[in-house]
Design a protein around this ligand. Structure first.
Ligand code: ASP
Length: 434
């Protein structure tokens, strides 16, 4: 059995977090691949190592004195090494890096040193072999992963060393230069490694005890979700729940490898299990998420329903402007096209003009719409869910402006006035989840 355990920045932010990580990793011999982010924030006012590295790069690029930034970086790494008496001469590696600093240093390379040095510290602290991600995750020049080479290398490394620590967030191109993933990319590293060795489980350790049923900035201490399918997670993430990097699920989903989201600060909490098929039927709604700032183009025309091709003509206007469409709720002689306001900020009037010319219809625009997604695989088997939602919103005096449901009945999306957004989420949480 092989478990890939990825630790996020807050899990390795300081010496005492390293101690927790060691306890977790060594308590299960199946945790054979450890992936780490760079040292993260120790508290909300702190700065992540990755951010410091980006700042350092900007200082170098614009020839601004960078000694203060460098000292902050240096002190954080050395602080962990000294406090835990880790037998790794990090000062030597830091001094070599310092000599490499120059105006033209490759940004990806410099930023990736956060994960590189953290993984070296952690590997030495755990007594596991350090394997550089640059030798494992191989990317083609178009940025696509070379899955065959990657799989071969990961398998080789694991069978050679047994227990390994790998820095997250980067890989390399065939010419060995660093390919940096997008922010939060260590999640993706863990997922790729898990897929490469067909791991039994991918553990993702953070500072929350799993995926929360609602946004904690809106709902006071929302409960965590026990089990969630990959598809449900995608719905929630798409609608704004920040859980994992969005590319994390795909590699493990292909092999049906479950992801367990766990809390480094509360390791006994079961966290959330993300998998293909969930059998827990204890809750009808798995979670709620939402986003503000949508805009609806309302299109109406008498006897529109008899005009074949009307919808296509309308949608092709949005295609022409390269605007992605969120929803198309419809009536008989009217429908609306809901899009993200930021995508049409500068072209709203061009779209209206084109729609008018193309369709000879009445067009109006409604802004300040918030969308709330109520997600739950168990909704499909239950009647009365919509009734309960509307009753809840009715009791609160919240007007539903639009409604959409996908054919899988995995989610119900409601559009409300932006001013009612928080109230909507609170009401549904309090009446239907808590
Ligand atoms: N350290 C990187 C970041 O802050 C990558 C990661 O933590 O996953 O985005």
């Amino acid at each position: 059995m092989v478990v890939v355990a990825k630790f996020g920045g807050s899990s390795v932010s300081c010496a005492s977090q390293f101690v927790k990580v060691k306890e977790i990793v060594t308590s299960d011999p199946n945790r054979r691949i450890v992936v780490t982010s760079a040292l993260g924030k120790r508290d909300s006012n702190d700065t992540k190592i990755t951010d410091l590295l980006y700042i350092l790069h900007a200082h170098l690029k614009y020839s601004v004195p960078y000694e203060d930034v460098w000292k902050m970086l240096f002190d954080r790494f050395v602080g962990v090494q000294e406090e835990l008496k880790i037998d790794y001469d990090i000062k030597d590696d830091l001094n070599s890096l310092y000599k490499e600093l120059n105006k033209n240093i490759d940004q990806s390379y410099l930023v990736s040193r956060g994960e590189y040095l953290t993984a070296k510290l952690l590997s030495s602290y755990l007594g596991y072999k350090f394997v550089d991600a640059k030798n494992l995750l191989i990317y083609n020049y178009d940025g696509k992963l070379d899955e065959v080479s990657t799989e071969k290398r990961v398998k080789e490394a694991l069978s050679l060393y047994g227990y390994i620590v790998v820095p997250g967030f980067y890989g390399s191109y065939p010419n060995e230069t660093v390919h940096l993933l997008s922010r939060g990319g260590s999640d993706v590293t863990g997922s790729i490694l898990a897929k490469s060795i067909n791991a039994n489980l991918y553990e993702n350790w953070t500072d929350v005890s799993g995926v929360l049923t609602a946004d904690p900035r809106i709902v006071n201490k929302p409960i965590a979700i026990k089990e969630i399918t990959y598809a449900e997670l995608r719905e929630l993430s798409y609608m704004g729940a920040s859980v994992l990097h969005e590319e994390t699920v795909f590699p493990v989903q292909q092999l049906n490898i479950p992801i367990n989201l766990k809390n480094t600060n509360e390791p006994t909490h079961p966290g959330t299990l993300i998998k293909n098929i969930c059998t827990d039927e204890s809750s009808i709604i798995t979670g709620i998420a939402g986003k503000k700032d949508f805009l609806s183009f309302n299109i109406s025309k008498d006897h529109m329903s008899n005009e074949v091709g009307f919808l296509r003509k309308a949608l092709s206007v949005f295609e022409k402007y390269n605007v992605s469409i969120e929803h198309v709720p419809s009536g008989i002689d009217s429908f609306s096209v809901v899009v993200s306001a930021s995508n049409v900020e500068k072209i709203k009037y061009d779209i209206i003009t084109d729609l008018k010319n193309e369709l000879n219809a009445i067009i109006s625009v409604e802004s300040n719409i918030a969308l709330v997604a109520i997600v739950g695989r168990n909704m499909a088997k239950h009647s009365g869910v919509c009734a309960k939602i509307f009753q809840t919103l009715g009791n609160e005096g919240i007007n539903v402006k639009l409604l959409a449901q996908g054919p899988e009945e995995l989610n119900i999306i409601i559009g409300v006035d932006q001013a009612d957004y928080e109230k909507t989420i609170k009401a549904i949480y309090n009446n239907m989840i808590k």
